[in-house]
Design a protein around this ligand. Structure first.
Ligand code: GLV
Length: 312
């Protein structure tokens, strides 16, 4: 019985991943694609942007497990074996990293750090009159595990936090929740710093275009740590250049790596990081993945399973 690890992205880290999984599951034979041994032995595939079509090679595959929180990199394979459970990664360490990354940019924008940097370059001593924390509303798109944790952290720092998601949810104590297309305008109209952590699905692709960005109050900020295809990049550049949006911190892009000729690189109000906001950790994620594999082996349900209806 074996597990195949497959990625087109993390090649240099595959040994570390293999060790992380092996430590969590000493009884399993861990193979790294393309060195996958006897294909009949492979029962689980643990993947991040796997080479398209390879998962059909394994006739006894029982489940596909994601090495990251999102599963869009799996679903986008047009040649996926049918009927297998696909398991997302909900991992405490990854969620914590995402929270810290979001907090970093919220503080950077809230406390005018982006202005002080440009002032320093011009040797200017200007004390900005800062906006009170309670007057700053942070709007989080996507209130799943990660969005909720970011929201709760910001609430503890006294920010006013609101959230938006596609569907109705049970109430969240300190976070006013908006849902559905009908309430998107209200949500955006109240948001000063927009954080996107939505998963990429057919419903969320290009959901934020020029029209939606214009609904944000003037001088708002964007932090995108969900997926690039959700906020239209050309429209974002237009609103940044018009000065409606003050600055954007982007960790995810419609095309990754971000092509060298993309204009986002050059915009003075855009901060780019190379999809590092929540990096899965081989020890912690290895443990979470092994718990799910053990559940499947015992005939129990792994968590959380990708839902075709929700698209995530
Ligand atoms: C990263 O983007 C992830 O899906 O974990």
């Amino acid at each position: 019985m074996s597990i195949v690890l497959a990625s087109t992205d993390f090649w240099e880290d595959m040994e570390v991943w293999s060790n992380g999984l092996q430590k969590a599951m000493p009884e399993m034979d861990i193979k790294v694609y393309p060195d996958d041994g006897d294909v009949n032995e492979v029962e689980f595939a643990v993947v991040w942007k796997h080479p398209r079509g390879i998962l059909k090679k394994y006739p006894n595959l029982k489940a596909i497990l994601s090495l990251g929180a999102g599963v869009d990199h799996i679903i986008s394979d047009p040649d996926l074996p049918e009927g297998l459970p696909i398991i997302r990664l909900v991992d405490k360490k990854l969620t914590h990293e995402m929270c810290l990354h979001a907090l970093h940019w919220v503080l950077h924008f809230h406390s005018d750090q982006y202005l002080y940097r440009s002032q320093q370059l011009k040797r200017q001593w200007i004390q900005q009159s800062s906006i009170q924390i309670e007057e700053r509303t942070i709007g989080i798109m996507g209130l799943g595990n990660i969005g909720r944790s970011i929201g709760e952290l910001l609430v503890t720092q006294s920010f006013n936090v609101i959230g938006w998601g596609a569907n109705q949810k049970s109430s969240l104590t300190d976070i006013k929740y908006y849902y559905g297309q009908d309430q998107l305008s209200d949500f955006l109209g109240r948001t000063n710093i927009l954080i996107n952590v939505l998963p990429l699905t057919s419903d969320t692709t290009n959901i934020i275009t020029k029209k939606e960005l214009s609904l944000l109050p003037k001088d708002s900020f964007i932090i995108n740590i969900g997926r690039g295809g959700i906020i239209n990049e050309d429209d974002l550049l237009t609103l940044l250049s018009e000065g409606h949006i003050k600055a954007a911190a982007l960790d995810v892009f419609a095309q990754e790596p971000l092509p060298e000729n993309n204009s986002l690189w050059d915009h003075p109000s855009v901060y780019i990081t190379p999809h590092i906001a929540g990096q899965s950790n081989p020890n912690s994620a290895g443990q979470t993945i092994s718990e799910n594999i053990h559940r499947i082996q015992k005939g129990e349900l792994p968590y959380p399973i990708y839902s075709r209806d929700n698209g995530y």
